[in-house]
Design a protein around this ligand. Structure first.
Ligand SMILES: Nc1ncnc2c1ncn2[C@@H]1O[C@H](COP(=O)(O)OP(=O)(O)OP(=O)(O)O)[C@@H](O)[C@H]1O
Length: 219
């Protein structure tokens, strides 16, 4: 992220924010509530173009990618939203098949279902696969958002407010899957105030406050 500034009304939520993430790093960005964690997340995943500055992936600005570059970006980068952004009138299974059909068209349906079942079994949501997204509880939907984010075994995972809506029973399994992803060399960016996640995952920790991003020591 290079020199990103963004205002909402008169509020300067991001003031010339710059940071660099190396491949395979695992960073956590914290901020007091309302200080722009979700905004930073939206800018990082290309959903909001900042007033000033830019986000680059491998030297390529994410707002000016051609279709092929964009598809590659979407395959390698998974984003998990604070409020899961799955399609409400599709079943959970249809939601999970969409990215697999798009990015792995040659994988057999059997293999796609095996991938889906493996993850949904671990987080206890296999029994909801035929239900529509909008029929799930907040906690079930959060687990579904996590599964959607992990399905493509992303090279980079960006997660806004991890664990916030996740049932405590599944915290350990979610953290263990995140650890597996980290060990496999993926880059992880968590927007979170969760102390345990900071201790367990942050190779670098940043705090965003009043628009300024500062790096803090990791214990
Ligand atoms: N669509 C919007 N239009 C205008 N202002 C907004 C909008 N969405 C959020 N805001 C404001 O922008 C600021 C930053 O919001 P953001 O959601 O990024 O905070 P956050 O740090 O993620 O908060 P939390 O930890 O409570 O989720 C807040 O003051 C919020 O009121």
């Amino acid at each position: 992220m290079q020199n990103v500034s963004h205002n909402r009304g008169d509020v300067k939520l991001l003031r010339n924010v710059s940071f660099n993430v190396e491949s395979g790093e695992s960073i956590v960005i914290s901020a007091p509530s309302g200080n722009g964690k979700s905004l930073l997340f939206s800018i990082l995943c290309g959903l909001i173009q900042p007033d000033k500055g830019r986000v680059l992936v491998d030297e390529q600005a994410i707002y000016s990618m051609n279709q092929q570059q964009n598809q590659h970006f979407r395959k390698c980068f998974s984003t998990i939203f604070q409020r899961p952004a799955l399609i409400s009138n599709l079943s959970l299974l249809e939601n999970f098949l969409l990215p697999l059909n798009l990015h792995y068209p040659y994988l057999s349906r059997e293999d796609k279902l095996a991938k889906i079942n493996h993850l949904t079994e671990l987080v206890g949501i296999t029994k909801f696969l035929s239900q529509r997204m909008d029929a799930l509880s907040v906690g079930q939907a959060a687990l579904a958002g996590f599964v959607r984010g992990m399905l493509l075994e992303p090279k980079c995972l960006i997660w806004d407010a991890p664990l916030v809506e996740i049932d405590q029973r599944y915290e350990d399994v979610v953290k263990s899957l995140l650890s597996d992803l980290k060990r496999a060399g993926s880059t992880i960016i968590l927007l979170s105030n969760n102390d345990e996640l900071i201790v367990e995952f942050a190779t670098r920790h940043f705090i965003l406050s009043e628009g300024i991003l500062r790096q803090h020591d990791v214990k």
